[in-house]
Every structure is written in C-alpha cells, then in structure tokens.
Design a protein around this ligand. Structure first.
Ligand code: IMP
Ligand code: MG
Length: 187
C-alpha cells in the first residue's frame, strides 16, 4: 500500500505550475539546444514532467551526489557518486534539483560544472527553501518557494523521499519530521 502524507501541493497544482515553468524556461533559450542535468534521485519525477513542457530541443543527463553533513558545524563532505557523460563545455546547462535547502549540494555541483566551462549555467528547482541557506545560492527558477520554515515537517512525494519511501506519491506532501536531526545521506 502507498504511504500517506498531508497534501501541500496537489497533483493539479504541480501540473499547472510546470505548464507555466516549461515555456518560461524555453524563452531563455530560443533556438538553442539545452543540456538538462538532473540531480538524482529526487529530481526524477519533476524532470520527467518538466522536460515535456520545455519547448526546446534538449538532452538529458543525470548526476548523483552524496553528502554527509554535520548540521551544527555547518561542514559538509559532498562528492559525485554517479554521473552520465555530460558534455559541459560550451553548452547551455540547466540543473534540475528537487529541494534547495542549505544550498551545500547545489553549490558543490555549480562549482564542479563551472570548472568545465559551460556556455551558460542555470538552475531550476522543484522547491526552494530560501530561509534554510548556509551558502548563498539562488536558483533561477523554482516551481514552489517555501518562505516559512517547515519547523517539524518533512517534505515527501513527487520524487521526494524519506529513507527511500514516498517517492511515488503523485503530490508533494509533508510528514512529521523524523527524529530530531534531518535525515541525510545519499540524495
Ligand atoms: P542542501 O541544499 O544541500 O541542504 O540539500 C538539499 C537536499 O536535501 C535535497 O536535494 C533533498 O534531497 C534533501 N532534503 C532537504 N529537505 C528535505 C525535505 O524536506 N524532504 C526531503 N528531502 C529533503
Ligand atoms: Mg533526498
């Protein structure tokens, strides 16, 4: 049986937002070929829906990053543990992320890609939590922005997991935040 969560953004809300976002993104790349790089695994459902709404030719790549974070110390050890062969150099790169929270994961990936000299580099995230930043990074697009802290709630569904569960929910929901610390590990 599918697990259950409090609905935060319904299937219909998500579909409407993505139908706006795709053409908005497309406008920035007129007649260009886009290289979309999805951050696994949380981006997968978002990516599948969004790429069908971007009216531009695009290729699709995937990257997986691990991070072991010590919240209190604000330190991070982040590394790429899987990647398709992405031709970054001189390409228009669009990163698709699930949640930008502290910004540590995204900042790491941006640095990695910048070294490879793309023509342009932009970020679209499903959810932006600007209030949680430890590193100052700004996605170019966010499907949804959560300005208020979620306090004791944790986001799940539509690709987002808690301990690998909930990814198959068709909506974005919340569950009580498990434990005191945030569940971390492989993204
Ligand atoms: P950060 O921006 O480096 O802190 O990492 C963001 C990543 O943490 C996201 O890509 C998610 O995988 C994970 N994450 C943060 N908050 C949540 C949440 O509320 N639900 C599920 N995953 C989360
Ligand atoms: Mg995750």
């Amino acid at each position: 049986m599918k697990p259950d969560a409090h609905v935060l953004f319904s299937e219909e809300q998500i579909a409407r937002r993505i139908a706006e976002l795709g053409p908005e993104i497309g406008k920035v790349y007129p007649g260009q070929e886009l290289t979309v790089v999805g951050l696994m695994k949380g981006c997968l459902v978002f990516m599948a829906d969004l790429i069908r709404k971007i009216p531009t030719d695009l290729s699709v790549h995937l990257v997986r990053v691990t991070s072991q974070r010590e919240e209190e110390a604000g330190t991070a050890r982040t590394e790429i543990i899987y990647t398709t062969t992405v031709p970054y150099e001189n390409r228009d790169i669009l990163i698709l992320d699930d949640i930008v929270d502290t910004g540590i994961t995204l900042n790491f990936l941006l640095d990695h890609i910048r070294e490879r000299k793309p023509k342009s580099l932009r970020v679209c995230t499903l959810i932006d939590k600007p209030g949680e930043r430890k590193i100052d990074v700004h996605p170019d697009w966010a499907a949804f922005t959560l300005r208020e802290p979620l306090e004791d709630r944790f986001l799940v569904g539509y690709g987002l997991d808690y301990a690998e569960s909930y990814r198959g929910l068709p909506y974005i929901g919340t569950i009580p935040r498990p434990g005191a610390g945030r569940p971390r590990g492989v993204q």
